[in-house]
Design a protein around this ligand. Structure first.
Ligand code: BEZ
Ligand code: FE
Length: 285
C-alpha cells in the first residue's frame, strides 16, 4: 500500500493487525491506533510536539529502574491507574472500595504478631492501627492475610531510602479468630510523589502539585474472597480533594484520634467481597 494520506492511514494501520491470532490483542491494538490517531488529529499535533513527546517518554524510560517506576507514576498522574482500578473493582455495596496500588509495594515484608511495632525504626509519631476484617454478611474473616505499608514522617517509603537494607513501616499480620487485627506504627503524613523526573516536570508545567493525602496502604487476602488493595486516608488532610493520583474514596477516609499520651489511634474495618465463582460453579455459600 503506497501513497497513504491523512484520511486513509488509520484504516491501513488497523488492517495490518487483522491477522493477530490473539483476539484480545487485536482488539487492543486496533483501538489504540484509532485513539492515538484521533488524538493527533484532535490537537493537530506538530512534528516538533511529536518529537517532544518522544523525548518525554524516553526520559520516563531512562529514569525507571528497580526502585523507581516512572511509567506507573505517569499512569497514576494521568488518572489511568485509578480508571483501571475503578473499572475492575465494581464490588457490591458494603464492600471496602479499592484504590491504586502505587509503586512502593515490596514483596517479602516481615511478619508480625498482633500488637507489634511494624515501624521498625521508621521516623514518625507513634500510632496504633486496629480493626476487623469481615465478609459481606458481617462474619469475621479469621486468618485473613493483612499487609500494610506506609511512608515515614519525611514522606518516604523504606525502598526510597538509599542503603537502608531493612523493611520499615511495612509488614504482614494474620487476622485473629474474630477477624481482628492491631499493630503499632507511625502517624501517616501527606507526601509528594517523586517529582524530580519527567512526571514532575509535567506536573510543574501544568501547575499541578505532586502531593498525596496521608494514607496507609493495605492488601488483604483470604481464601474464598477477592483480594482487596486499598488505602485508609487520614481525615482532615488538606490534599483529600486534590490527590495527585486521584485515589481518594470517601468510604476510605478515617479519623486519626490523638490519645491522652500524645500517640494516635486509627480504627478501620475492612469488608471483603466473595471471590468470583469459578467458571461452571455457582456462587460460594
Ligand atoms: C503511593 O501511595 O505510594 C503512590 C501512589 C501513586 C504514585 C506514587 C505513590
Ligand atoms: Fe502511598
Amino acid at each position: 500500500m503506497r501513497n497513504l494520506t491523512q484520511d486513509n492511514i488509520t484504516q491501513a494501520v488497523i488492517a495490518r493487525f487483522a491477522d493477530t491470532p490473539d483476539a484480545r490483542l487485536r482488539e487492543i491494538m486496533t483501538s489504540l491506533v484509532q485513539h492515538l490517531h484521533a488524538f493527533a488529529r484532535d490537537v493537530r499535533l506538530t512534528e516538533d510536539e511529536w518529537f517532544r513527546g518522544i523525548e518525554f517518554l524516553t526520559r520516563v524510560g531512562h529514569i525507571t529502574d528497580d526502585r523507581r517506576q516512572e511509567f506507573i507514576l505517569l499512569s497514576d498522574t494521568l488518572g489511568l491507574s485509578m480508571l483501571t482500578v475503578a473499572m475492575n473493582n465494581d464490588k457490591p455495596a458494603g464492600c471496602t472500595e479499592a484504590t491504586v496500588f502505587g509503586p512502593f509495594y515490596v514483596e517479602g515484608a516481615p511478619h508480625y504478631e498482633h500488637g507489634a511495632d511494624v515501624a521498625n525504626g521508621a521516623a514518625g509519631e507513634p500510632c496504633v492501627v486496629r480493626g476487623h476484617v469481615r465478609d459481606l454478611e458481617g462474619r469475621p474473616v479469621a486468618g485473613a492475610r493483612i499487609e500494610v505499608w506506609q511512608a515515614d514522617a519525611q514522606g518516604t517509603y523504606d525502598v526510597q531510602r538509599e542503603g537502608l537494607g531493612q523493611a520499615q513501616a511495612r509488614g504482614v499480620l494474620v487476622a485473629g479468630p474474630d477477624g481482628g487485627y492491631h499493630f503499632r506504627s507511625i502517624l501517616a503524613e501527606s507526601y509528594p510523589i517523586p517529582d524530580d523526573g519527567p512526571v514532575g516536570d509535567m506536573l510543574r508545567a501544568t501547575r499541578r502539585h505532586p502531593w498525596r493525602p496521608a494514607h496507609l496502604h493495605f492488601m488483604i487476602q483470604a481464601p474464598g474472597h477477592e483480594t482487596l488493595i486499598t488505602h485508609v486516608f487520614r481525615n482532615g488532610d488538606r490534599y483529600l480533594d486534590s490527590d495527585a493520583v486521584f485515589g481518594v474514596r470517601e468510604s476510605l477516609v478515617a479519623d486519626w484520634v490523638r490519645q491522652p499520651d500524645g500517640s494516635w489511634l486509627v480504627e478501620y474495618d475492612f469488608v471483603l467481597n466473595r471471590a468470583p465463582a469459578a467458571p461452571g460453579q455457582g456462587a460460594p455459600a
